[in-house]
Design a protein around this ligand. Sequence first.
Ligand code: SF4
Length: 322
Amino acid sequence: MNAAESPAQLPDSRIANIQQHLLAWFKDHGRDLPWRRTRNPYHILVSEIMLQQTQVERVKPKYAAFLEQFPSLEALAAASPGAVIRAWSGLGYNRRALNLQRTAQAVLNEHDGKFPATPEALCELPGIGPYTAGAIACFAFERDVAFMDTNIRRVLQRVFAGPDTAPVPDRELLELGAVALPPGDGWTWNQAIMELGALICTAARPRCQLCPLRSDCRAYAEWRAADEAVFTYSPAPKAPRKAKVAERAVPFTTTPRYFRGRVVEALRQLEPGVWLAVAELGPQIKGDWTPDDQPWLATLLHGLAADHLIELDEARLHARLP
Ligand code: SF4
């Protein structure tokens, strides 16, 4: 395991260099993304939930369409769950849509429609974890909050600890992130470090030669020392690659998650309120469907109903969106 630098012993000059280099880079290279133009906490919440498992370019049009359909917290809270699931089409992980609506309802009912501004209070809302709470506190209320997503974690790890083949615990990285955060500039800092992780310090192939933190980065120093002759050294860490190979062993199109998505997608095609016979659903979602698949489908549908993503009429054997 790498030993990370001690937060208490980071020299001021090192912190100042990192801050200056990263913020200057972001000023020139940060993308103009719609959720960076607003401080509306509801809009920030929508963007953060969408971005959790979906790429930026796919989120952009969905974010605009979702806010057009549900322009306010009140509009989202009052919508039928089926309408919210329909609006989530193309984003995947449909449970996020229902969690988002539950968060909106809680803000409306328990906080008079006003988002709490601190990470601690935001964490009390349903569907909000430490990352989303920190992101809303920072990006909507401009609080100087250190938090972590995968991009931030990777950059902090590499800059302050070294190559990510030997990861340090999140708690230590979070402490380092808090020390590195420039007071009064938390919004820009967090946007910048996430952007660096997304565009330059990527998981598989960091583009160190373009990185503003090259001279400040422990991982880069280590990689370079190991292969001084190759000046454009840009190593791909091995651990994530192995994980990907393992994931590929089970094709996604055979997983329960894939078929759950197929069921929701089939029901999305119906007019609101219309039921679909389970006997018709099976062949629609599974190309090689046989009657022997019925118990498998029943388990799938019960799981979706338990998650409130569909309604199941067990007497008539019909399903629809809620
Ligand atoms: S120098 Fe390389 S490893 Fe270090 S932060 Fe930049 S891109 Fe990441």
